[in-house]
Ligand binder design. Structure first.
Ligand code: NI
Length: 176
């Protein structure tokens, strides 16, 4: 196991569409090792989600782990470590909400992004079994942010008002 280096905006891998994983690949030792590395890396950087492309692995794999309580995103419900392989989602209703998103690949900055707040996620686990999960509120936002990494998108691409792209220190001083 190892904490992996997170690549930053400007690295071409972050702009690629990542590859689907076969069931054989999902069950491989390489993927098990990668998931352990992603987990350690996420905890080391104190993030809530990490997509494989952020450690320069251009495959459709995301992990999310939310420790409930007070965080830099406000008060959160917890979500145990979940591995989403080959995920997809559909929006369940028109409700949207904005939040100040940050990204470990864009350190120091936060940007205000509006996203749907109720989605149905389909994904595979490491055995290849399919699952569906409804996510609401902040968890829906986190999932969509991580999912975008698999399609070569960053939260900045989702912003509609670039006045709301700010440094973290200025956010706490002027915007909250
Ligand atoms: Ni990100």
């Amino acid at each position: 196991m190892a904490v992996r280096k997170i690549i930053r905006m400007g690295h071409p891998t972050l702009r690629k569409v990542a590859q689907e994983l076969s069931v054989d690949e999902l069950a491989s030792e390489n993927i098990k090792r990668l998931v352990k590395d992603l987990t350690e890396t996420l905890e080391d950087y104190r993030g809530v989600g990490l997509a494989a492309p952020q450690v320069n692995e251009s495959i459709r794999l995301v992990i999310i782990e939310i420790q409930g309580g007070e965080t830099r995103y406000g008060h959160l419900k917890s979500m145990p470590l979940t591995v989403f392989a080959n995920p997809s989602y559909k929006v369940l209703n028109d409700s949207t909400a904005g939040s100040w998103e940050g990204c470990l690949s864009v350190p120091g900055l936060r940007g205000y992004v509006e996203r749907p707040q109720s989605i149905q996620v389909s994904y595979q686990d490491l055995t290849g079994a399919s699952h569906q999960l409804e996510l609401n509120g902040f968890m829906a936002t986190v999932f969509q942010h991580e999912f975008d990494h698999l399609d070569g998108l960053l939260y900045l691409d989702r912003m509609t008002d670039m006045d709301k792209l700010v440094f973290e220190e200025e956010l706490s001083r002027h915007h909250q």
